[in-house]
Design a binder for this molecule. Sequence first.
Ligand code: PMP
Length: 388
Amino acid sequence: MSQSADDLLFARATAAMPGGNTRSTVFVPPHPPYAVTGRGCVVTDANGHEVYDCNNNYTSLLHGHAHPEIVRAAREAVGQGSAFGLPTESEIDLAELLRERTGIPRWRFCNSGTEAVMMAVRAARAATGRGRVIRFHGSYHGTYDGVVGADAAGVPQAVAEQSILLPQDDPVAFEHAMATHGHETAAVLLDLMPNRAGLRPVSRAMAELVRKRTAEHGALLIIDEVITFRLGNSGLRERYDVEPDLTTVGKVIGGGFPVGAVGGTAEVMDSFNPLGGATVSWGGTFSANPVSMRAGLTALRLFDAGAVKRLNALGDQLRDELATAGLAVNGTGSLVRLLVDDYPRAWWDLYRAGVLVGTNGLIALSTAMTDDDVIEIGRVVRSVAPAR
Ligand code: PMP
């Protein structure tokens, strides 16, 4: 049997990377296909197979691939020097835009959502002088030691013990944890619609309870909007009556380039202030690099209130259609989660039929999709995924 292009690539990959892999979240057995080009909402792989991209690099691409204005902005930035040992105006522009959109007054950049969470937890610990972090089961906050489970290989027991893990949306468990540990808690880390817990929005009552109790106990509330920021002009939080102390974002604010950011109140963010009384020193050789900043600015400017609304409406339409066909679906707006039992098989069936989704059934739409594209995506998903 002759080997396909991706088999050959994987053979090379296994000789240079463990299991041929450098990013666990994109691995599908026996091995993933390899992307070659992306244009708008279509990705072409090494075998020449074309798929609708409903993965969008795990929700980070708002406008699909190679949007001409984002390409132009990134190219211009690269042409003027891609990274400096000095700050640039581009980071001020993006911080101002984020401030304008969210009302959150202070921002600081890094290169990934993982780092954003790491910075936010550090700032919370510095600001409160406490160590514990309360998290919720099934909420993924990246790969930082302090926010992964005690069962994760390579995480010291002493670090894992600083985390208290609670069930999602369970006010009784939360009240109990705060009554016992509230006084020693630096922060509660909350994702308003955790992907790995099935993409079900947290109830307003629960979010309000978390805000109330954290404030009473002098703990900070960190809302992780790394995935959910795309759901509103200022993230999913705008649908809740809750003001966090710190917010973490990433993905879409980099326009397809590596990025993360922490936003927060002037008081808490002053933990990073290098002028006097600084308690947290934070660098990052490529933090706030002008390529990510300029691409992100362009992507967010293109994602105005009208674009946010249209994209969410497309997602609502797809979800309704799939639910009507008897499929199990969750999510809100442009983020749709397909609940199927046998993911590798369903993933491959969808991929072969022309739709690329996340390896856990996560679908993220892009503005590159027309109404007809989304109708076609719905048709393919219905033809492949089993109704429940
Ligand atoms: N927080 C959340 C809610 C996420 O979904 C992710 C990644 N999917 C992260 C943090 C980590 O972001 P990154 O992969 O950019 O490190």
